[in-house]
Design a protein around this ligand. Structure first.
Ligand code: FE2
Length: 205
């Protein structure tokens, strides 16, 4: 007798780099907060679409083209994305997988980013710049949820692979990658200080 685990949903987590990530994070944090100061269009857009927080999603989405700090981050992310794609065994021959955009998110206490996915992209992810104690993680749900209908619930103490949703903690210096079709959210942020992250998309051209 054998049971087989098929059709996996794979999430990648890693430290951005082994050591010495703090100086890069300090520079990133300075630039993220400066961007919030400078980006009036983004603040306006956030007021309507990201209540209580700031995101440059709709205004400044290619900082790696103008900031050496963000360019350094992108270079490191490229390596992680390559590892992830290898582990997924995606056949990406013939076309290039490349970053298309990245954006800054600043979440004060109780700001939420509700369920969504990243259409038209291949691999998406987040890098955590500042995560005060109590910062919300990123929550992923089983992509088959709508097919479960009358299926019994899973045991409360089931292993992670069997849970209908999981939360990957947000920790400064960590990168989280997922396939762009996977639905996710950031639940209400419970930290007192501001949770700062940089999200990004890679597309297969
Ligand atoms: Fe997202």
């Amino acid at each position: 007798m054998a049971t087989h685990t098929l059709f996996p949903t794979t999430i990648y987590t890693a430290r951005l780099q082994g050591t010495n990530w703090r100086p890069l994070n300090r520079r990133l944090l300075t630039e993220c907060l400066q961007l919030r100061e400078d980006d009036e269009a983004g603040r306006r857009w956030s007021k309507k679409n990201y209540p209580g927080g700031y995101t440059s999603y709709n205004s400044v989405a290619r900082m790696y083209e103008v900031s050496p700090t963000f360019a350094a981050l992108k270079k490191k992310l490229d390596r992680h994305v390559r590892s992830y794609v290898n582990s997924l065994e995606l056949d990406m021959s013939g076309r290039e997988l490349a970053i298309t955009d990245c954006w800054v998110n600043v979440m004060p206490a109780m700001v939420v980013h509700s369920w969504h996915l990243h259409p038209l992209s291949t691999i998406s992810g987040t890098y955590y710049v500042q995560t005060p104690r109590g910062s919300s993680g990123i929550k992923f749900e089983d992509p088959r949820l709508d097919r479960f209908m009358a299926a019994p619930p899973r045991k409360a103490n089931s292993k992670i692979a069997n849970k209908p949703w999981i939360i990957v903690p947000a920790e400064a210096g960590n990168v989280v990658l997922f396939e762009s079709w996977l639905r996710h959210e950031v639940p209400p942020n419970a930290s007192k200080g501001e949770r700062v992250s940089i999200s990004f998309n890679y597309s297969w051209f």
